[in-house]
Design a protein around this ligand. Sequence first.
Ligand code: FES
Length: 207
Amino acid sequence: MSDALAYLVKARPEAMGHYFAFLKDAGRHLEPKTRALISVITKVHAQTERGLRQYVKRALAAGCSGTEVLDALLMAFPALGLAKIVWAVDVLIAMKLPAFELGGLAVREWREIGLLKSIPRGRLQRVERGARAVFVYRDAEGCRVYDAHCPHQGTDIPLEAQKGGRLVCPKHGWTFDARTGACVAKGDAPLRAIESRIEDGKLLARL
Ligand code: FES
């Protein structure tokens, strides 16, 4: 939140409460990726760097790929114009996020992770598919799949980084909840969630 918004929250809590409730309610029927991409576009339109950095990370955490973020920016060209899109891309490059590295922008496809019956419940697994590695966690609610690359600087996190119910990135110590991918210590971004689905008894992920 910008300093100005934080000030208004304190100075006019009631009015600002209505404002935030309105924003939340306005996106109630959108799925998380769409909501996150719209938020990214609004930050680019307003050219608020702190907001853009914050919402790009949220979009990636919601499962957007770098390609989808770039597509959203380009689709918004009539509203943003080239100068704002170039400004946003400069911010993205400066963030050094693995999702925007040129080699990582390939179009994603559904790939088999494994037979559902072979995935144990309550135990984190690491699966490699070609050049990609993911963590899989299965519980009573289903399977969740996360990118095994640290959202900080892209370190490939090994399964041995698991300590109790947590994953500790060996490079700088960002720590994640092994079950939810949430960042629980040191860093400020979760493991990137990867879209997954069950089909014919197999777990598929969009890699
Ligand atoms: S690369 Fe993982 S904590 Fe820095």
